[in-house]
Each structure stands twice: as structure tokens, then as C-alpha cells.
Design a protein around this ligand. Structure first.
Ligand code: PRP
Ligand code: URA
Length: 219
């Protein structure tokens, strides 16, 4: 697993969440003995912390309120509601936890699957909130492997008007980060782990296997 220092030295632009609770929970998720419900619950818990990290610089404005003790000016979020975009289907596993933290966010879905032969992303669904150009758009998918899916989703969202985007994933591969940085240098990545490499089938090593299958118990 690469450290933030190693990533910086390699010129890979990514924010690595090295919080001990995230790392502990991720280890439990990787374990092939982990149950489907356990996997799903852990993903939800980790996504809370990823959500706090990716939203840490949201703009605030002052609002006048009265506490039981006195009146004060206090900060609240400013601007249009966030848009969370889930890359189906595994993105929904991260989305649930993100919505726990920001329940007012608007939600969109980009349906993509990876062709197992070509590893290219194939789109089958697209539905997003209105006014994408004036929202902070946070795209979520647990896995960034070749990055073909994330690159295609972000490209599609840009065509749909999105201008200010961030990408959140659980596990990524160095190859995927390099490809995503090249395709979308304007979109920051937040991840809980950068693993060592991709195998011949485009799976992240050591990874956790197929995220969608593990979230939904389809294998
Ligand atoms: C997985 C994962 C990503 C994609 C990552 O989805 O959730 O979307 O693979 O791989 P890439 O970076 O090489 O594109 P998958 O295609 O297995 O679909 P699913 O979520 O429906 O299971
Ligand atoms: N998609 C997954 O779900 N897992 C991987 O390791 C790569 C792509």
C-alpha cells in the first residue's frame, strides 16, 4: 500500500485518508470471510469519514440565531445543495453513508459496467439533478481500477454541465489514479487506499474483489 509521501513522490494527485479507523475498517472489509451485511455496514461507516474529508472546504456564510443564552452570528453552509453522483451499481454502497452525513444532497446516478473483455465502460443509465453547473458534484464509486468507468462518468457529467467535481473512492490503483489525473486534472480524488497494482483482469491487487458482488451478495 502506498503512503501519501510515496504518492507525492510519484506525482500522483490524490488525497489519502490514513485515519486509523478507516484503515481498520478497510482491513475488515478486504477479508474474504467478511459477510455481505458486515461488508455493507463497514462501507457505510467508512464513507462517513470520506464524506467529511471531501467536504472539508465547503463555503460557509454567517446566519443570525439565538441560543438559549444570547444572540450570535453562526456559520451555515452556503450555496446550492451538493449533488452526489453514484456510479452504479457499487457506488450506491458509498452513497448511503454520504447521505447520512449530508441528507440534503441531491442525488444522481450514472449506470456503467465494465466490459470484462475490453475493460471499457459501457453506459446504460443517466439521471442527474438540475442545475449541475452551479453545484459541487461529488462522484462516488468504491473502486478506481483502470479508471475507465470514473473517467467516462466524469466526462458525461461535464457534458451535462457539471463544472466543480470531486471523486471519492475506497480503494484505488496507481494506474487508475495516473489515468484519471491525466483525463481530468481538474477533479480531485479522495481515497482510503492506493493498492499496489492491477492484475491481468483489471482487478486491484490486493483489493477486495468485486465491490458490487460483495455489497449486494451477487456471487
Ligand atoms: C466496478 C466498480 C467501478 C469499476 C472500476 O464496477 O464499481 O465502477 O468496476 O473499474 P475501472 O476503474 O477499471 O473502470 P463494475 O463494472 O464491476 O460494475 P458494478 O458496480 O455494476 O458491479
Ligand atoms: N472493480 C471491482 O469491483 N474490483 C476491482 O478490483 C476492479 C474493478
Amino acid at each position: 500500500m502506498l503512503t501519501q509521501k510515496q504518492l507525492d513522490e510519484k506525482g500522483l494527485k490524490v488525497s489519502l485518508i490514513e485515519h486509523p479507523l478507516v484503515q481498520h475498517k478497510l482491513t475488515l472489509m478486504r477479508d474474504k470471510q467478511q459477510s455481505t451485511t458486515g461488508f455493507r455496514d463497514l462501507l457505510r461507516e467508512i464513507s462517513w469519514l470520506l464524506c467529511f474529508e471531501v467536504t472539508k472546504d465547503l463555503p460557509l456564510e454567517q446566519r443570525s440565531i439565538e441560543t438559549p443564552v444570547q444572540a450570535m452570528e453562526a456559520p451555515v453552509l452556503s450555496g446550492k445543495k451538493l449533488a452526489f453522483i453514484s456510479i452504479l451499481r457499487a457506488g450506491n454502497g458509498l452513497l448511503d453513508g454520504m447521505l447520512d452525513v449530508v441528507p440534503s444532497a441531491r442525488v444522481g446516478h450514472v449506470g456503467l459496467y465494465r466490459d470484462p473483455e475490453t475493460l471499457q465502460a459501457v453506459e446504460y443509465y443517466y439521471k442527474v439533478p438540475h442545475s449541475m453547473e452551479s453545484r459541487l458534484v461529488i462522484v462516488v464509486d468504491p473502486m478506481l481500477a483502470t479508471a475507465n468507468s470514473a473517467i467516462a462518468a466524469v466526462e458525461r457529467l461535464k457534458q451535462g454541465g457539471a463544472k466543480d467535481m470531486r471523486f471519492v473512492c475506497l480503494i484505488s490503483a496507481p494506474e487508475g489514479i495516473a489515468a484519471f489525473n491525466k483525463a481530468h486534472p481538474d477533479v480531485p480524488i479522495v481515497t482510503a487506499s492506493v493498492d499496489t497494482h492491477l492484475n491481468d483482469h483489471g482487478y486491484i491487487v490486493p483489493g477486495l474483489g468485486d465491490a458490487g458482488d460483495r455489497i449486494f451478495g451477487t456471487k
